[in-house]
Design a protein around this ligand. Sequence first.
Ligand SMILES: CSC[C@@H](O)[C@@H](O)C(=O)COP(=O)(O)O
Length: 345
Amino acid sequence: MQAISWKGSYLSLLNQTLLPNKVEYIQCRDYRTVAKAIKNLEVRGAPAIGAAAAFAMVLGIRELAVRPELTDEKISVLAKELKKTRPTAINLAWAVDRMLGVVQRYKQDSDLLDKLEQEALLIAEEDKQVNYRLAQYGAQLFTQPTAILTHCNSGTLATVDYGTALGVIRRTWSEGNVSRVFADETRPLLQGSRLTAWELMQDHIPVTLITDSMAGWVMKQRMVQAVIVGADRITSNGDVANKIGTYSVAILAKEHNIPFYVAAPLSTFDFSMRSGDEIPIEERKPEEITFLSGVCVAPDGVPVFNPAFDVTPNSLITGIITEYGVLRTPYEISIEKLKAKKGDM
Ligand SMILES: CSC[C@@H](O)[C@@H](O)C(=O)COP(=O)(O)O
């Protein structure tokens, strides 16, 4: 199962809105279809939407190149359109900017389109490799069978392969150190029950599904010994934006003295922001809350607040697992050191 694969003339996306009931792929032959798929969460998860946007840039620029329209202005409009599909996960803007860098370097060359395709493939390949590396570091945190709670979906479906937080869990399981995974269902769109529980069951990793509101009680009963989640954006001070509900889980973990880890690649760090207060939080439509599987579950016209993400302050985070090792507090310093690596990429 792969969420995203490039077929040369189109991008194939596993339609995640239909899981776990149907496995169906969308063929994206133009960038608009990719943009729509990102917006509608048919492809979702920070690294996966980054890679999808990179391939959307290939499709978009190919389209512009067949007409006498390959101007800087048209390319910048395309990039802006893709970036605004989902504002919180920095991986998306990061991947689009990386593609723009290729345009700048090779725009006079006859093989610009090949160069763009190679770069998008590289972004996808790097994502896989980075996940394997961070999973290795993460697994070193566990030396005995541990029950781990996770929130949302940070697995193969959220990345190009393997996953970030779920990658760490996968690797730790393969080393015999996961006794069970507790998956929060993750209201309102149920990425935990529809995607994480499904993914783990496919791999025969023992998983128990709970509603978000059960996490505190499960911790109080000493049924979990660690929490690992992914991230959509991490600022220079170590504040972490992730799926709505993550902040509550982090507070619960602190109260119960349970380590709370975040797993994310370097592409999820936003060194331009000093703290989580600056992160744009996507708000989604009310119907995601007022309807469940097409059935209305709220009074008509009720005002709704539907932020898709929240920010967990660095003080609640035990460690941030990256492909360069596990960062510890004070995060301002460990992230400053990590920043130097970004130049190498
Ligand atoms: C490796 S995935 C990390 C995050 O992207 C994930 O936890 C998350 O919040 C995804 O949100 P989604 O709205 O499903 O795209």
